[in-house]
Design a protein around this ligand. Structure first.
Ligand SMILES: Cc1cc2nc3c(=O)[nH]c(=O)nc-3n(C[C@H](O)[C@H](O)[C@H](O)COP(=O)(O)O)c2cc1C
Length: 194
C-alpha cells in the first residue's frame, strides 16, 4: 500500500506541508508506505498544448513530471496539499495539474489501467481569509485532476483563517483531522466524503 503525498506549497515547513506530514505519518503508522513529493523542489514547466500526449500518452516535455506520472500511476492513494493562492490552488499545483493532460490521454484514449483505477484521493487546503467561496475553485480543479489521474475524491481537509507560517500547529483539531485523513488514505478508517 503506497500513499503518495504531494505538496503544492513553495513555503517549506508551511501550513499545508505540516498537515500533509501529519497525514503521511498517520498513514505510515497504519502500515502504509509513503512517498512525499514537494512540487517546488522539482523542475518542470507548464503544459505547452502540443498535443503529443493525445496520440501516445507520453508528454513531450522531458522534465521531473515524468517521474511524477509514474508515481501517480503506482500509488494506491494520494494526498494532495495546496495553499489557496488567489482563490485557486497554488501555481506550483496548477502547473503540475495542467501537465496531467498526459494522464487524461492515458486514461481516456489509451485506457491505461494505472489511470482508470478507482483509487482514493484526498485534498488538504488552507487559506488565510474566510470567504464563503474560498475553496470553490480549488475543489473543482482537484475533482477533475483526481479523475484523470485515476483517483476518486474520498475526503478533504479545508482550513480557513490560517496565514502565518506554522500557525496551523495552534489548531489541534486540524492536526487531528489530518491524522484521520492519513489513516483513511492507508485504508484504516473512513472520513467524511468530499
Ligand atoms: C501568492 C499568494 C496568494 C494568496 N492568495 C490567497 C487568497 O486568495 N485567499 C486566501 O484566503 N489566502 C491567500 N493566501 C494566503 C495563503 O493561502 C495562506 O498564507 C496559507 O496559510 C499558506 O499555506 P502554506 O503555509 O502551506 O504555504 C495567499 C498567499 C500567497 C503567498
Amino acid at each position: 500500500m503506497l500513499v503518495l503525498g504531494v505538496s503544492g506549497s513553495p513555503r517549506r515547513g508551511g501550513n499545508t506541508e505540516i498537515l500533509l506530514d501529519e497525514a503521511l505519518a498517520a498513514a505510515r503508522e497504519a502500515g502504509a508506505e509513503t512517498k512525499k513529493v514537494v512540487l517546488s523542489e522539482l523542475k518542470y514547466s507548464s503544459c505547452i498544448s502540443c498535443g503529443a500526449c493525445e496520440k501516445t500518452g507520453v508528454c513531450s516535455l522531458k522534465d521531473d513530471m515524468q517521474d511524477l506520472y509514474e508515481l501517480i500511476g503506482a500509488a494506491d492513494a494520494m494526498i494532495f496539499s495546496s495553499p489557496i493562492y488567489f482563490y485557486a490552488v497554488s501555481g506550483w499545483s496548477k502547473c503540475a495539474i495542467d501537465r496531467a493532460q498526459a494522464l487524461w490521454a492515458r486514461k481516456y484514449i489509451l485506457k491505461d489501467p494505472r489511470y482508470t483505477a478507482d483509487k482514493k484521493g484526498y485534498f488538504i487546503c488552507i487559506g488565510a481569509t474566510r470567504g464563503a467561496r474560498l475553496f470553490d475553485g480549488a475543489k473543482l480543479t482537484m475533482k477533475y485532476f483526481f479523475d484523470v489521474a485515476g483517483y476518486t475524491p474520498a475526503g478533504e481537509l479545508l482550513v480557513n483563517g490560517v496565514d502565518e507560517k506554522g500557525n496551523i500547529r495552534q489548531y489541534p483539531e486540524h492536526m487531528a483531522a489530518a491524522r484521520g485523513l492519513g489513516a483513511a488514505a492507508a485504508g484504516a478508517g473512513e472520513i467524511e466524503k468530499a
